[in-house]
Design a protein around this ligand. Structure first.
Ligand code: XIL
Length: 347
């Protein structure tokens, strides 16, 4: 027997659910609305879906391979390389006039077996490292407009630099300097970025990130841009994104807002139908923050996925709705807020 309370609760939940999924009126394509490149992260398999491909080409002007241009995909256990998936993404980008952004050459989170078990009597670790960078950057030479050369080099607590296989084998700063030098030597055209996350949530981590950028610049390495991933939760303090953008812009380098999503599932203290407004407000704040940058510092604004159903966050919580478009590809309130914020700030 269903109690009156349960019936009421289920009715409210249903109401909240339909209220939550109310589509918004049509918006201009984001790449037309924004005076800067609009990026989306992609996986090669997604491009086989005609509806996905059409929405991506309609809304975006840049793509970032989500994981298939990383060591975990490219480097086989025997040390050979495979490029079928990143090549498919590069081919799609070229065919649709989309910029290609390379992500990522050196990341603490990836230490392929071929590097861990390298026979250093045959080749030095340094040469194997440089050869990898040469092979990947060289393959997309003339197409890639930028690279996350080093990703997430600041420690988890935001106080220092992260240890990695790369820092252990080649040196704390030296492995970083070498990566930028090698990438630039292979292809001087793309903008070379240092990328990290929680720079909005953790002011201390942001300060450490900026100190690291200055230390890298002091080595003479061609660090040319700063990437702030902007993976945030819907309960992030209003103003945190704007404060972070102001600090990050202080070095005068191009900024890539590189991986934005606004998790509703990870947000605490929000009712189920409370997240949509907060999520839209955070996307609006990010758009306004990016618009306050001088045009030469607005490299690109990238969302870490196109539709909610494409999000990496779904692996953690099936019901997370972190992006601008719903699973059916319809713009959400957040998309309308982003588009309006860009348009408003331009008048
Ligand atoms: C994530 C991808 O989204 C996942 O598909 C993959 O399994 C792991 O990596 N910061 C980054 C990205 O710089 O490379 C990460 O991407 C998300 C966090």
């Amino acid at each position: 027997m269903i109690t009156r309370r349960a019936a009421l609760a289920s009715g409210l939940a249903l109401a909240a659910c339909t209220a939550r999924s109310q589509p918004v009126p049509p918006i201009r394509a984001l790449k037309d609305a924004a005076p800067f490149p609009i990026g989306f992260t992609v996986q090669a398999e997604f491009l086989q879906d005609p509806a996905y491909a059409a929405l991506l080409a309609q809304q975006g002007s840049q793509v970032t391979p989500e994981w298939q241009m990383k060591m975990e995909y490219i480097v086989r256990d025997d040390g050979t390389f495979r490029f079928d998936a990143p090549d498919a993404i590069a081919t799609f980008a070229r065919a649709h006039g989309l910029r290609l952004f390379g992500h990522t050459l050196v990341w603490y989170a990836e230490r392929p077996k071929a590097f861990e078990t390298l026979d250093e009597s045959r080749i030095s670790f340094r040469d194997a490292y440089a050869n990898y960078i040469t092979a990947v950057v060289g393959r997309y030479k003339g197409q890639a407009v930028g690279w996350d050369v080093v990703n997430e080099a600041v420690s988890e607590d935001g106080r220092g630099r992260r240890e990695s296989l790369w820092s252990q084998k080649l040196g704390d700063l030296e492995h970083i300097r070498l990566a930028y030098e090698q990438a630039h030597a292979v292809d001087p055209a793309p903008t070379l970025f240092l990328n990290d996350y929680y720079l909005e949530l953790m002011p201390q981590k942001r300060a450490t990130f900026l100190r690291l950028a200055e230390a890298i610049l002091k080595t003479g390495a061609p660090l040319q841009g700063l990437g702030t991933q902007t993976h945030v939760n819907a309960d992030l303090r209003p103003g945190a994104i704007k404060e972070a953008m102001r600090d990050l812009a202080s070095l005068g380098l191009p900024i890539h807002l590189s991986e934005m999503d606004v998790s509703t599932a990870r947000a605490r203290g929000l009712t189920t139908d409370g997240w949509e407004g907060r999520q839209a407000a955070l996307y609006e704040e990010a758009a306004e923050a990016f618009m306050t940058l001088p045009p030469r510092q607005r490299f690109a604004f990238t969302f870490w996925g196109l539709r909610d159903s494409d999000s990496w966050l779904r692996k953690e919580t099936a019901g997370d709705r972190p992006l601008l478009f719903d699973a059916a590809g319809r713009p959400k309130t957040a998309a309308a807020a982003f588009e309006a914020a860009v348009g408003k700030a331009r008048l």
